[in-house]
Design a protein around this ligand. Structure first.
Ligand code: PLP
Length: 388
């Protein structure tokens, strides 16, 4: 894997932390402003010869200067040829699937963000795509599913929400090459701070930017980054430009602001999540702690290879005493907020089986934690009293 501390995209050889803290922004000589401007304009003027005054700036459904700082930062972090913002993570994922053709086959994880899994099931039926799900807990099942029939798209999410199984991206990339398939990775939970899927051979990376990239629970947005500017990427670009699945300009502006603290937030959340996982493993009130940073986690060896600098801020606790005990513990939390979503500065706790409903494959004793940036001792004390 490419070392994320290398600086391939920066002629001055600066670290990614430095580049992202500064944002992809060159101070405007007209104002000297250090923070980038917000451009609400929906249309852009042409000169008397009817040429665009600024290339690519014609109409805001295609492109908007306020999107550029976040898109450039993400492309830089992911080592991508280009990145595009979308109105949500779901819209970004849909743009990839809608770039396929009828009859194409998709292999995707059985455990993944449930909203996407549900949409994929419905969309594949109505649009004549074939969907095969692989077992993320069985390292051989991905190869089996890919080799079972010609496959066009391999969709990964790693670590997988909410069991935090880890899928080996480099191995999946070998299988994708062998099958002539595209490899797309939902890297929302890992973030480019910890994992850079393109450097491991993926073709596309997707983020729900609503989560860690923005990190403050106040923007819904998505993003895609591509290894190369090929036909598939062009179809994705066209999909966004025609469908208009773009964020509002204020959201795009907030997103670039949130991204500038990404390294600090993700590292803090990762350190705290590891502390929490270590604290509750072996606690009789918890039957299992699911966190790829623990040596006993089945994905630990792969996580050590592909997650550099931490194992992320997400973990799940399986509560001894079943669903009732899990819900009661969530109900007693005072510092963790009972709310869905993840990747913000505030810690959240969720009973996924309730959120996903009766068809959910998620065990009903499982509580998902999104660890924020609060003092970890407060978070541990809160869970301790909640589990009592
Ligand atoms: N991918 C993952 C891993 C998610 O957790 C989510 C949302 O929870 C999504 C995708 C969808 O993103 P959004 O809510 O921004 O549409």
């Amino acid at each position: 894997m490419t070392d994320p501390t290398q600086t391939p995209n920066d002629p001055a050889g600066r670290h990614p932390e430095t580049r992202i803290a500064r944002g992809a922004h060159v101070p405007d000589p007209a104002t000297g402003e250090v923070a980038p401007a917000l451009h609400p304009s929906t249309t852009f003027e042409r000169d008397p010869a009817y040429r665009l005054l600024v290339a690519d700036h014609s109409y805001a459904r295609d492109q908007n200067p306020t999107f550029l700082p976040a898109e450039r930062m993400l492309a830089d972090l992911e080592g991508a040829a280009e990145a595009l913002l979308f109105s949500s993570g779901m819209a970004a994922a849909m743009a990839v699937v809608q770039a396929l053709r009828p009859g194409d086959r998709i292999v995707a994880p059985a455990v993944m963000y449930w909203g996407l899994r549900q949409w994929l099931g419905r969309f594949c039926t109505t649009w004549g795509l074939e969907l095969a799900l692989f077992d993320t807990a069985d390292p051989e099942d991905l190869a089996r599913q890919i080799r079972a029939a010609p496959t066009r798209l391999i969709w990964l999410e790693t670590p997988c929400n909410p069991t935090w199984d880890v899928v080996d991206i480099a191995r999946a990339a070998e299988l994708a090459r062998e099958a002539g398939a595209l490899l797309a990775v939902d890297s929302t939970a890992a973030t480019p701070v910890l994992t850079r899927p393109l450097s491991l051979g993926a073709d596309l990376v997707m983020h729900s930017a609503t989560k860690y990239l923005n990190g403050h629970g106040d923007v819904v947005a998505g993003a895609l980054a591509t290894a190369r500017l090929d036909d598939v990427w062009q179809r994705i670009r066209d999909q966004r430009a025609s469908g208009g699945a773009i964020p509002g300009t204020f959201d795009a502006w907030l997103l670039q602001r949130g991204m500038r603290t990404l390294f600090l937030r993700v590292r803090r959340a990762s350190e705290s999540a590891l502390r929490i996982a270590e604290h509750f493993r072996g606690d009789p009130r918890v039957s299992r702690v699911l966190y790829p940073g623990l040596p006993e986690h089945p994905g630990h060896a792969v996580a050590q290879r592909q997650m550099l600098g931490g194992f992320g801020g997400m973990l799940s606790l399986r509560v001894a005493g079943g669903a009732e005990a899990a819900l009661a513990a969530a109900g007693r939390c005072r510092t963790f907020l009972r709310a869905t979503s993840l990747g913000g500065v505030e810690s959240l706790i969720e009973h996924r089986a309730t959120i996903e409903g009766p068809t959910s494959p998620i065990p009903d004793d499982l509580l998902r934690l999104s660890v924020g940036i609060e003092a970890v001792d407060d978070l541990i004390a809160d869970l301790d009293q909640a589990l009592t």
